[in-house]
Design a protein. Structure first.
Length: 356
């Protein structure tokens, strides 16, 4: 019995040893000299090939797709229109699996404890075996913390590539990754703003504000209703909204109400604010014949300190122009003076504005 048990034990050790060699060999075949795919994600998204943008690209940039760190294996093209980000892989060889991560904050890139990216945990992956080109189409609204055109989106694009008779790991971009002893590249793409075309039979009416209970001005002649002031300017017109409790509130949207006289302006719609206590949803509703080219929304716990709409932090550009627009912002009253909202827009339509 001792002899039989010793023989069986020897066979078991040999089987395990041969199996481990096979496992190592398979891993080397899959990922070449960079065994970077440490975990395969169970999360996948449906990706579509060959879709055209809803309109011509507003901007695009092309980067080298590097295989094996030094081999020029093709290109990575990043582009955007008003609604989507387009990431196109192209190679002079053929692809295996593609992995993609995009975001505004590189600290959210999936990495291991050594700081090495883990493509298997990237949210976008596609089996492109045998293809030489593939395009991911990603809604800009799905990218965390993306706000408006001009924002930077980091693109970490990984690929398995068969080129020059070998299988290589590839990354696209012009920036070398840091914080790890493994190589990788990525691209930082600045999203382009789209050129906006006014709708037919429409003219620019000008600046619009939702009429809240606070004015910006300190001058009595520009405060006909004697509303409380935010003390931001001497006589520029415009209003802010202050909410002390949760609820749904509706405000008129006025264009060109110079010196805060609505009699000088044009009523083009309304703005509905739905405040839950922790979130505010601001919805623009334009009356028939009117639309907006852009919208800027301030929503915060503290009183606004600027008149510049571009600094409000929540901007929308519309092509074609929009007749409705909604944005939801996290906001909570922590200091007891309510939450503050400014709803600004640039309006188009057919009408006469008496004064700006």
């Amino acid at each position: 019995m001792k002899t039989k048990f010793g023989f069986n034990k020897l066979v078991l050790v040999l089987v395990l040893f041969v199996g481990s060699l096979s496992f190592i060999s398979c891993n080397e075949t899959l990922v070449g000299e960079e065994p970077i795919l440490e975990q395969e994600s169970t999360f996948s998204l449906t990706n579509e090939v060959g879709l055209e943008p809803s309109s011509p690209y507003c901007g695009e940039a092309t980067y080298t797709l590097w295989a094996g760190q030094t081999i020029d294996a093709g290109t990575l093209t990043v582009a955007n229109d008003e609604t989507n980000l387009y990431v196109t892989y192209t190679t002079t060889g053929v692809f295996g699996t593609l992995h993609l991560w995009v975001g505004t904050d590189l600290t959210l890139l999936p990495k291991n404890n050594s700081g090495t990216p883990i493509p298997g945990q990237f949210p976008y992956h596609y089996d492109a075996t045998g293809l030489s080109s593939y395009t991911y189409i990603i809604p800009l609204s799905s990218i965390s913390f993306y706000n408006t055109c001009g924002d930077i989106i980091h693109v970490v694009a990984h690929a398995e590539v068969s080129i020059n008779g070998g299988n290589e790991t590839a990354f696209g971009g012009n920036i070398s990754g840091t914080g790890t002893n493994r190589w990788y590249y990525y691209a930082s793409y600045t999203t382009a703003c789209c050129e906006v075309t006014p709708p037919p039979s429409s003219e620019k009416l000008g600046t619009a504000f939702a009429k809240g209970g606070y004015v910006f001005t300190t001058d009595k002649k520009s405060n006909p209703e004697k509303l409380p002031s935010l003390n931001l300017t001497k006589n520029r017109w415009g209003w802010a909204i202050n909410l002390a409790s949760a609820g749904t509130y509706t405000y008129d949207l006025w264009v060109g109400a110079g010196l805060n006289y609505t009699s000088k302006g044009l009523l083009v719609g309304d703005v509905v604010v739905d405040f839950t206590g922790t979130q505010a949803t601001i919805t623009y509703n334009l009356d028939f014949g009117y639309s907006i080219e852009e919208a800027h929304v301030y929503a915060g716990d503290f009183r606004p300190t600027t008149l510049a709409p571009g600094q409000y932090g929540n901007t929308g550009y519309f092509n074609p122009f929009a007749t409705t627009h909604s944005v939801t912002i996290d906001v909570t009253d922590t200091n007891g003076d309510g939450v503050w909202i400014i709803a600004h827009a640039v309006a188009y339509g057919v009408g006469v504005v008496n004064a700006q």
